[in-house]
Design a protein around this ligand. Structure first.
Ligand code: ADP
Length: 494
């Protein structure tokens, strides 16, 4: 059955992107569309987002403050997008969340409260857009107030809230709660109060019919103190309504058979051609060109979450092994400096490129032997999926989406031909070293290595697969909603 879904988000690729949320918001609605669903996106009309598409006004809400709804297709698709404009809140350059000083915009509570209020008005079809969704799908704290505000609306749509990264919660002082004139009943530990502060994300976690995260393992992890940031109790309480659905990847942009950003295209039948990309990768990073040497690579944000410090700690030991190390990333200055020093010390063995470089990221996936992701936590992660698609063997820590997408090269998986990478447990340099040692040993056996590459390249990480799971989740939310509604009716009759 065709469902009408309002997809509320603070960013969507290619209109604007700061992280994984934009990738999901750009891909999932299109994948649902392809499955015959009527999905429409609501997001803020940042100046750069308006410029990145073809939009026309369909509703003016407040002329003097420039509050209006613009409509246009998500570029590259036919998914309708509604952009919420506001002269003060959204018509400003730069990052959607941070000012030029790197600090959050001071009016973020007002900005994203407005987004949530407008989501509610559209959800209840009170803006005259002539469309009432069956379900509202909210994402991360920026849309967290919407499920709370919708909770008491009669005949409301069902609600789903997706956690993309629990580390970001939208927590503000009590004064900000007062300033937003939210219903006072929300000031309770059973609603938006969080240890004396005001939490946007709790709106989504407490009031949504269903909650999900971006991998099954992360859905379990966030119910524990190590990953729950104080919300583990609430999430445990709601565990019957909490699930995990892996993100898909953009299988067109990340396809080694057609990728225009790599020198030689290949597929699972022609993995041997990868060696030309390996040589090109070494050349591009100014390393000795040698197709037999073991190449390790890293692409990502240079932050503690990703475990780059574990790799840095290991460099003295790694430099005693016959291998090359490539790092592409940007992030904390202390890591950038240390890596630069190491690259100067071993110019033909360690290469670094600081900054964001899409083309190099593709070349790394197409050429490296091992791809390192020793993350401390990882809600889903994309690079380990790209790696498998490209025949790079991912070496990952057993957390979150990494645990769900990489099958360790243990004897059982190797025997069954299902091993696709190397998985280790402890977040220590020692454990990482052991794992790299295992990778090195496997690499010495070309037949086994080839089997691991083939198994990875044969896996399906497409959005279509994930979108099917979201449809099932939507059905569950609609059922929950219908049940609650009929209970209410029965109570009213008796
Ligand atoms: P996260 O969203 O936590 O940063 P993911 O693995 O989910 O981690 O996604 C990171 C994405 O950003 C991947 O597509 C990765 O290739 C890309 N990326 C990160 N850093 C860089 C960089 N320096 N250059 C190119 N691409 C990068």
């Amino acid at each position: 059955m065709m469902k009408k879904v309002l997809f509320a988000t603070s960013e969507a690729y290619p209109l604007i992107k700061t992280g994984g949320l934009a990738d999901v918001s750009g891909s999932l609605p299109a994948a649902l569309h392809a499955l015959g669903q009527d999905v429409r996106i609501l997001m803020p009309g940042y100046a750069s987002a308006i410029a990145a598409g073809q939009f026309k006004p369909v509703k003016v809400l407040q002329e003097d403050r420039g509050i209006a709804i613009l409509e246009g297709p998500l570029p590259g698709s036919t998914v309708p997008v509604w952009l919420l404009t506001h002269n003060d809140y959204f018509d400003r350059p730069g990052n959607p969340y941070l000012g030029p000083d790197g600090q959050p915009w001071p009016d973020n509570p007002e900005r994203f409260s407005l987004l949530s209020h407008v989501a509610v008005e559209i959800a209840m079809d009170r803006l005259g857009l002539g469309w009432k969704p069956d379900l509202v799908h909210c994402n991360d704290w920026q849309t967290g107030l919407a499920p709370a505000l919708l909770a008491d609306e009669p005949n409301r749509p069902a609600t789903v809230f997706t956690i993309h990264n629990l580390a970001y919660q939208g927590v503000f002082p009590y004064e900000r709660f007062l300033k937003l004139h939210l219903p006072s009943r929300f000031w309770s530990s059973e609603a938006l109060e969080f240890y004396g502060q005001f939490s946007f994300i709790k709106g989504g976690l407490v009031f949504s019919d269903r909650i999900n995260t971006v991998s099954p393992t992360y859905a379990k992890e966030i119910q524990s103190p190590e990953f729950g940031y104080g919300l583990e109790g609430l999430l445990k309480h709601r565990r019957a309504r909490l699930s995990g659905i892996l993100n898909g990847i953009d299988a067109n942009a990340w396809n080694p058979a057609t990728d225009p950003l790599i020198p030689v295209n290949y597929d699972v039948q022609s993995i041997a051609s990868r060696r030309y990309n390996k040589l090109a990768l070494q050349k591009s990073f100014r390393l000795n060109q040698d197709e037999t040497i073991f190449v390790l690579a890293w692409v990502g944000r240079l932050v503690q979450q990703k475990g780059i410090d574990l790799i840095i700690d290991l460099l003295p030991q790694l430099m005693r092994m016959p291998l090359q190390m490539i790092v592409l990333g940007s992030g904390e200055a202390r890591y950038e400096q240390t890596l630069r020093q190491w690259a100067r010390l071993y110019p033909d063995r360690i290469a670094i490129k600081l900054g964001y470089d899409e083309a190099s990221a593709h070349l790394v996936e197409a050429g490296t032997d091992l791809f390192l992701m020793p993350s401390r936590f990882e809600p889903c992660g994309l690079n380990q999926m790209y790696s498998q698609r490209y025949g790079a063997v991912p070496l990952v820590r057993r957390v979150g989406g990494l645990a769900d997408t990489v099958a360790d090269a243990n004897p059982i998986h190797l025997g069954a031909g299902t091993a696709t990478g190397i998985v280790f447990d402890e977040a220590t340099a020692d454990a990482l070293y052991q794992a790299i040692g295992r990778g090195f040993a496997l690499y010495q056996n070309p037949m086994v290595w080839r089997k691991i590459q083939q198994a990875g390249m044969s896996k399906d990480f497409s959005w279509e697969f994930s979108a099917q799971h979201y449809l099932t989740l939507y059905d569950l939310a609609l059922n929950d909603r219908a049940k609650a509604e009929s209970l209410l009716r029965r109570a009213a009759v008796s």
